[in-house]
Structure formats: C-alpha cells, structure tokens
Design a protein around this ligand. Structure first.
Ligand SMILES: [Cu+2]
Length: 455
C-alpha cells in the first residue's frame, strides 16, 4: 500500500469518527426525532412551502402596517444613507476592486465602494432616492436602475438618456420609487457588467408581504473567465472557470442561517452570460416574485430548482422545516467546480492522463500555497489508476475548513468544505439553541473586529 493510499484510509476513518462527534444540531434529522417517518414527511409537505399554517401567520398577530425586515447579503456590504429632508441620499463610487473569490484566488474586478458586487441598496416603496455617483474607473460609465419605473433621464444609458460619466466626474440620480420588489443597479456597458459592476436595489413594500418571512437573504450570481496565471477577468470569453455567489466561490460563501420552523426568503439575481438553475436541498419552495415585483399567490407552485435567467431576479420562499446544512447551488455541473487550472498547470481539468501520484502532488502544492493541510476525505480504490477515466472528482475535493472558518461554519462536520465549490452555499436550519449560539459567536467576532480597528 502506498503512503498516499494509506493516508486516504486513515483520513476516511477520521472522517467517520468526526461524524460520530457531531453536534446536536447536525444529529437532529436522523431516526429518533421522527424525521424519517414517511407520514410526518408527508404532513410536512402539506404546509410547506405555501406557509398558510405557520404560527407567525395567525390573524390578528401583527399590525397591518408592520414593515419588512431588511434583506441580508452575506459576503457583501450594505450601503448606508443619510437624509436630506425627505430624500434618502446614497453615495456610490465605481472603482477597481481586488476581490478574493477563493482562498487561493484573488481577481482584479470592478465594483462600487470597494465591493464587488456593489453594496446593497435598500429602500422603502414610496421613498425619494438620490444617488450621488462618482466614477473612479479609467473609462466612462453610467448607472442603470434595472426594473425601476423612473423618468427617462434617470435611466442611465450612455448617449440615449444621459452623457456618459467620464473618469473623475460626478453625476446625480434622483427618483421616487413607487414599486416594491427586487431590482438592481449596473453599468449599462456589456464588458463593464462582466467586470462585476452590479449591485442589489431592493424596495421593501409599504405593507409587508403575507405570509411574512423571518429571514430574507440575497444572492448575486456571477461568472468569470480568468485565464491561467492571470487576475483580470477576460470579459470577451465564453468559457467561465469561476462562478460566484455574492462575489465568492464555495467554500468561501458564508452559510445562510435559519431558525428551525421559520420562513425563509431568498432573492436570487443573475447578471452574466449563462442562466443558472438554482437548487435547494431537502425543501420545496415557491416563486413569490420576479425582477418585476411580487407575484400573486395564485401563481405559486412547489418546486426546488428555479432557473434564474440573465438579467432576472427570482424570489423564492420556503418553510425551514428540517434541521441540517442544506445545499443551495447552481446545478450546472461545471458551475459546481472551482477552476484550478492556473494552479495545477498541466492538469487543466483534463483527467485522461492523470495519475493518482501526479494529482496528489498538484493538490499538495496548491494546499501549501494557501496554506492549509491537504486532507482527502474520500478513499479511492486500490486499482484506481488502471480504471479508464479515473480520476474524476477524487482530487477535486479539498477540505480547507480552517481557512474558511467563521462563526456561521461553527459545528459543521469535519471536511464539510471538501465538496463545496463554485456557485454553492448552504442554508443551515438550526434549532433555537444552536441558532442563538452562532449569533452569539457572530456578535463576539464583530466586537473583536471593532476592537482591532480602534486599537
Ligand atoms: Cu450555473
């Protein structure tokens, strides 16, 4: 038995032991809590995902004027505003941004206010909004407000509705938002869009949607063609090797958190060259809105994969009924991968002439460059090298839990990061205690960050 192979068996055994040591959270959902009883499952299905029976939906429980909770966008910044009389004033600066999209890959993208995608703008339906825009890019640009019904002079199309905003120039947009829904802002220039110039613009309804949700999350889907040993996306290419949610590839995507029994909204927005079928594990959802606003309840039907076309937003809602770490990912197989071709040089996602020894050597050098300890979670057969087609996924799995550790990953099984790649994240549905435990960790972590900034 080779040293490497022995290591696989050892690691596999360790992985098994790790599973046994799982926390309550992740053990919930097996055997003894009735999770696997077909009847209970069936019952569950009947009040998911329409949500007409949740405790939070009882009539008289809430004021009709209750406002929606803000949307959370993990891994992306929020854009604060100030008031000028009754006008909400936002400041946006278009500029080059260095974006770490994976622990071993940083790209030179373009974004807003140091963030790619740009920071999230959230307003109330009916708000008067002013956006003071500055162009710090090396070329002219403009801001288009995708889906908003606003006067033509605010539409942000160079030459048609305004003069392009030259480098160093300022431009002021101002309009009233009479709609509700999930909109976005972006540069109205094709290559600039592919460099990352996009952000959320969410208009919350005057009166919150029914049923109300407990968690509201936003995800922006982007794709990048980054040639080997390069950091600048090739915006003319059609083959994309990096796929991101909110500007990061899994396993760097921050898991979404939801309380067991809560209702969750996901707003998924796509700006790229491909359509992405986004799939949720273990639950059914309904599409409650598009880039045009809320959809009437009569149009909702159960599904678990929603095709988010280019320039579209799809808003889905579901009841978080089953505890666990449930995947949310684009289901296109090549979008569930991280390109390693610039790091693995001769491999370049060609498996035909690969051997175990070669592959392991390449993975080791990649791991050392981050650095993290390269541990293979799943064993391979003794005669693997003799089987045509081997390896496929065997050497793509790279556990790097420690490198991407954050409060939201606390308590996940060992090597959870090994199978997380590309356009992928997870929603961790947690019982009260575990949920609150992670929130406390988040709070402690951000307090520590503040402390660092002060000192
Ligand atoms: Cu995809």
């Amino acid at each position: 038995m080779s040293g490497t192979r022995r290591r696989f068996f050892h690691d596999a055994a360790m992985f098994g032991a790790g599973l046994l040591g799982l926390r309550e959270t992740l053990r919930a959902g097996t055997l003894d809590n009735g999770f696997q009883s077909p009847r209970q499952n069936e019952n569950g299905r009947h009040h998911s995902p329409y949500g007409s029976k949740g405790p939070h939906l009882e009539p008289g429980n809430e004021s009709v004027h209750e406002r929606a909770k803000p949307m959370a966008t993990p891994d992306m910044a929020e854009l604060p505003h100030e008031m000028d009389g009754a006008v909400k004033v936002f400041h946006l600066v278009a500029e080059p941004v260095k974006r770490k999209i994976a622990p071993f890959k940083t790209i030179d993208a373009w974004g807003y206010n140091g963030s790619c995608p740009g920071p999230t703008i959230q307003v109330q339906q009916g708000d008067r909004v002013r956006v003071v825009f500055e162009n710090h890019l090396p070329e002219s640009t403009s801001l288009h407000w995708h889906g908003l019904e606003i006067p033509i002079e605010q539409d942000g199309v160079p030459y048609i509705s305004q003069k392009p905003v030259a480098p160093g120039e300022k431009y002021i947009y101002e309009f009233t938002v009479h709609q509700e829904g999930t909109f976005f802002y972006h540069a109205h220039s094709a290559m600039q869009e592919m460099m990352g110039l996009i952000g959320f613009f969410v208009a919350h309804p005057e009166i919150d949607y029914k049923p109300r949700v407990d968690h509201d999350y936003g995800l922006i889907l982007q794709e990048w063609a980054v040639l080997p040993s390069n950091t600048v996306p090739n915006t003319a290419a059609m083959e994309f090797n990096w796929l991101t949610f909110n500007g990061v590839s899994a396993p760097m995507t921050t898991p979404l958190l939801a309380r067991l029994g809560s209702r969750v909204r996901l707003r998924i927005l796509n700006l790229g060259m491909d359509h992405h079928p986004v799939h949720l594990h273990g639950h059914q959802f309904v599409v409650t809105g598009t880039e045009g606003g809320r959809a009437p309840e009569s149009t909702w039907y159960p599904m678990n994969t929603v095709l988010v076309g280019v320039a579209q937003a799809r808003v889905v809602e579901f009841e978080a009924k089953y505890p666990g770490a449930w995947m949310i990912h684009c289901h296109l197989p090549h979008h569930m991968m991280n390109s390693m071709m610039d790091l693995l040089r001769d491999r370049q996602i060609q498996t035909a002439d690969q051997t175990e020894e070669k592959a392991v050597g390449q993975m080791m050098s990649l791991a050392r460059s981050v650095p993290f300890e390269h541990v293979h979670p799943s064993p391979v057969a003794a005669n693997a090298d003799k089987v045509p087609g081997f390896p496929q996924d065997a050497f793509m799995e790279m556990g790097m839990d420690e490198v991407v550790e954050k409060p939201e990953t606390y308590g996940l099984p060992k090597n959870w990061s090994a199978g997380m790649m590309g356009m992928m994240t997870m929603v961790r549905i947690l019982p009260e205690k575990e949920y609150d435990g992670i929130l406390a960790r988040k709070k402690a972590a951000s307090a520590q960050m503040e402390h660092h900034h002060e000192s």
